[in-house]
Design a protein around this ligand. Structure first.
Ligand code: PRX
Length: 562
């Protein structure tokens, strides 16, 4: 049964109406949907908010926030006024075009408002994941010498100001500013109108730090031109219609939460649901029911966790409004697709992309048959191939490097201060962008993910570089050396496992493992802390350079050597 394909439902899909399978498509055809096509004036924030108000949709709900403590909404007109007021405060305190403004806030409308306010001034916004601890915060802001930070008092103990000398101003969203600027309090006094700072399509929009297999996380900078593909995929892949109530479960600190939690839905003028707090089956089903969600974008780990709930729970909620479900970030198991199809009578549409690509590239469009186990096919305007180690195209069903022909509208603008790194995505020269993923393509062009070609770990859809964790582990006095890998896990896809050689005088006891785990957790982030730790005598290493052989550790793991 897991091989059974699932045909499309009959429906009034945007992509079905606007494009026929196999028909030519040019990204330029999309340009006329943006105001800059006529006015020549560009700004993502304007396209997300102001244009809808100018077009008479100011009374429509833009944001619907739900949490255990609070529930509120913003119309597009209210959002516009709030963004303008916040932007005015930022402007008065020095923020201008090209500056880096970091936003370190929970999933909450204030996070959307802060991001849009910075963007409206032409600043480059850097959303930070809400669970980042002090070192993760410090490393990212220091790397690009960020000058401004918008956060909340409850996060301030993770911002060690002395360690981030470039920071000129810290804004807090609490009314009591204390030593900081209360952006909410100052905004109350501001004029709700603001002249947008116009930029070029090529100007910087946002920065996300993402793990590579070596070195510290790299700053990936995207440009305002991203809106072309983000709007279009919102329309054709997420199938957003004006009447939709849309929920993306990711935090904007991850690229999905920024692109498909903030930009794509607002560009399409729909209602965006924001839910505070972490996953719980009851809470999430409750949000789907209470907000009347129609389109839902989440991740395999969440679907797997829902699948593991008692049968009756799925019947306790009214999900009758839900009509389109999508997934991203990690392999989506065929069993989960079949389970969802039986339980909710809905297909889960897998999508594939990366921080660097800025928007979806491969997806199961609502009008196409789903082959469970496949991430789908390249979307219109995108060409993909599977290449061998020499950069030659492989025939169907042969596993190799997943490659996309550059360029596309939302391709990264640059790797911050690291042009050499940008070139490493094109190892064969020419225009084949390599994702670092291994995959094969079948005779119908469906792409099947087979794993990473490097040591990157994917735990619950979160991309984690082993190097950052190994470096942190080395700071612990007991740790002499370490090697970190992803260990396969039924629910999370992979978990972080650390192999550690201890310094003399330390005993291999569970208390020490616990202590090391919390050391990483409090320094970096909970998702980076090794769920499993194995103390060993010696690490496998390359003979010449003495580098830790993570591949060998993975082999040990799969063979159950340890
Ligand atoms: O390995 C692929 C995996 O996530 C990586 C990109 O991670 P990140 O930049 O954090 O972006 C995640 C969300 C856009 C990819 O190189 N990945 C992403 N989508 C899928 C996936 N693996 C399997 N199936 C997917 N649908």
């Amino acid at each position: 049964m897991t091989n059974a394909t699932i045909p499309p439902e009959k429906g009034d899909y945007q992509v079905g109406r606007e494009w026929r399978e196999g028909a030519p498509f040019d990204w330029k055809d999309i340009h006329s949907n943006f105001t800059w096509h006529k006015t020549g004036k560009v700004n993502m924030a304007y396209e997300c908010v102001d244009r809808h108000v100018a077009e008479g949709k100011g009374n429509k709900t833009a944001l619907h926030y739900l949490s255990d403590e609070e529930e509120n909404t913003y119309t597009y007109a209210e959002l516009q006024r709030e963004v303008n007021r916040w932007a005015r405060v930022l402007q008065r305190h020095g923020v201008k075009k090209g500056d880096f403004v970091f936003v370190f806030l929970p999933k909450h409308p204030s996070c959307h408002i802060a991001m849009l306010a910075a963007i409206k001034l032409g600043a480059v916004v850097g959303p930070l994941f809400e669970a980042f601890m002090e070192e993760a915060v410090k490393d990212r802001i220091n790397d690009c010498e960020g000058e401004y930070l918008i956060t909340d008092h409850s996060f301030l103990d993770r911002v060690i100001r002395e360690d981030i000398p470039s920071l000129k101003n810290i804004f807090v969203t609490d009314k009591q500013g204390g030593d900081y600027i209360s952006i909410t309090k100052e905004a109350e006094k501001e004029n709700p109108e603001l002249e947008t700072v116009w930029v070029d399509l090529e100007d910087g929009l946002n920065i996300h730090y993402t793990s590579g297999s070596t070195g510290k996380p790299k700053g990936i900078i995207h440009a305002h031109r991203n809106m072309i593909q983000q709007y279009q995929t919102g329309r054709w892949v997420l199938d957003l219609h004006e009447s939709d109530i849309y929920w993306c479960t990711a935090h904007p600190g991850w690229v999905t939460g920024t692109v498909y939690g903030v930009f794509a839905p607002l560009l399409n003028g729909v209602t965006t649901v924001i839910h505070g707090g972490r996953f719980s089956a009851e809470a999430w089903y409750g949000v789907l029911e209470r907000a009347g969600v129609t389109v839902w974008y989440s991740a395999p780990t969440a679907f797997r966790m829902l699948k593991s709930q008692p049968e009756r729970l799925h019947k306790d909620y009214d999900l009758s409004k839900l009509r389109h479900v999508l997934s991203v970030g990690e392999p989506l198991n065929p069993e989960v697709i079949h389970w969802a199809y039986e339980t909710w009578s809905l297909r889960i549409h897998d999508t594939w992309w990366m921080t660097e690509t800025g928007a979806q590239l491969v997806a199961n469009l609502p009008t196409r048959t789903i082959k469970p186990g496949s991430m789908g096919r390249p979307i219109p305007g995108i060409k993909a191939a599977v290449l061998d180690d020499d950069g030659k195209e492989l025939p169907s069903k042969k596993t190799g490097h997943l490659a996309i022909q550059a360029s596309w509208p939302s391709m990264m603008k640059e790797v911050w201060k690291n042009p050499e790194k940008y070139q490493t995505y094109f190892p064969f020269g020419g225009d084949w962008y390599l994702a670092g993923d291994l995959a094969y393509m079948d005779e119908d062009g469906y792409i099947f993910f087979q794993g990473r070609s490097d040591d990157m770990i994917n735990s619950s859809g979160e991309r984690i570089g082993p190097f950052e964790i190994e470096s942190k582990l080395m700071e612990h006095p007991a740790v002499k050396e370490s090697g970190v890998i992803g260990k396969p896990d039924d629910v999370r896809g992979e978990i972080v496992k650390a192999y550690i050689v201890l310094n003399e005088g330390y005993e291999r006891v569970e208390e020490l493992a616990q202590e090391i785990r919390s050391f990483v957790k409090s320094g970096l982030a909970a998702h980076a802390a090794p769920r499993e730790i194995a103390f060993i005598e010696e690490l496998p290493k390359t003979q010449i350079s003495g580098k830790v052989l993570r591949r060998e550790l993975k082999k040990w793991e799969s063979e159950g050597v340890l």
